[in-house]
Design a protein around this ligand. Structure first.
Ligand SMILES: [Zn+2]
Length: 288
């Protein structure tokens, strides 16, 4: 309880310092050892606000990043469907050629039959006649086989044709979704670009409140952190970035914010929860 009161008073002092002694604070920032507590609190808050803004931008970029993937997936699906249709059409062409082949065979057999029948009228004995009859029967059988095959090929063509109809329906469905996603994508891109521009403008304002060295450190940590978080709070005695346990003494130092304290495990900068809460409370006071 007593500690909380302490922070509050402390923050009031900090506020006046911000108004009256901005120049002094800036001067003092160049010699790291003599930085006033108030300046540290201000900087931590600015860093925290920078972090919030960057996190918003990160989220926007993720949303913008996912939609192109969806569009690409749909384009792939569309291409796959087109390939299937092309393959079916090629199959149909092959089957048509096969049918022509069977028809050729039938014609050949018919020609042979005709020839054998002519020969039968000129035979010299029964044995020759019988032999020609057998040839004719064989050719008739060949015709039957070819006829059967032709029928099978024709049926296959019909199957392929109905497959093509199904594929074309699916193709249309995919294309409809694709066109819709594409227009969504362009909307989202223009919307988020506008939002991002505004956030970047605010980031520029906060940047000027943090000294160069701290800003460089912040940007380096952010770049290396997988979740883009460079400024974190203590959550259940652990670092909010890497979840390593933070010793009580260090937690106390963080609450006092007399210096910039980073996580030994991940290098992220700690900001005190109470400090943020009092900033948010101040903001509400201003708006109400
Ligand atoms: Zn950490």
């Amino acid at each position: 309880m007593a500690k909380k009161k302490e922070t509050k008073t402390f923050l009031k002092i900090e506020k006046t310092a911000e108004l009256d002694n901005t120049e002094t604070a800036e001067l003092k920032s160049s010699s790291e050892e003599s930085i006033e507590e108030t300046t540290i609190a201000q900087r931590l808050l600015s860093l925290y606000n920078l972090q919030q803004l960057w996190s918003k931008i990160d989220k926007i970029r993720v949303i913008r990043g996912e939609l192109p993937n969806e569009v690409r997936d749909l384009e792939d699906a569309l291409e796959g469907m087109q390939t299937r249709i092309t393959n079916y059409n090629e199959d149909i062409q092959t089957l048509k050629n096969d049918i022509l082949g069977e028809e050729h065979k039938m014609k050949d057999s018919e020609t042979l039959i005709k020839r054998y029948e002519e020969q039968q009228s000129n035979v010299r004995n029964n044995r020759e006649y019988e032999s020609l009859t057998k040839e004719i029967e064989y050719q008739k059988l060949e015709i039957q086989v070819a006829e059967k095959r032709k029928g099978k090929f024709l049926a296959e063509i019909e199957t392929k044709k109905s497959e093509i109809v199904i594929c074309e329906e699916k193709l249309k469905e995919i294309d409809d979704v694709l066109q819709q996603k594409k227009s969504e994508l362009s909307d989202i891109i223009s919307d988020t670009e506008k939002e991002e521009k505004e956030l970047l403008k605010k980031i520029g304002e906060y940047k000027s409140k943090v000294n160069e060295r701290l800003l460089t450190a912040f940007e380096r940590i952010r770049k290396n952190a997988r979740n883009g978080l460079a400024v974190v709070q203590i959550d259940r005695d652990a670092c909010g970035g890497c979840f390593s346990t933070i010793p009580p003494q260090k937690q106390l130092d963080i609450r006092l914010h007399k210096k910039i304290i980073v996580c030994e495990a991940c290098g992220r900068i700690f900001v005190d929860r109470q400090l943020i809460e009092s900033q948010n409370a101040d903001k509400q006071d201003v708006t109400s």
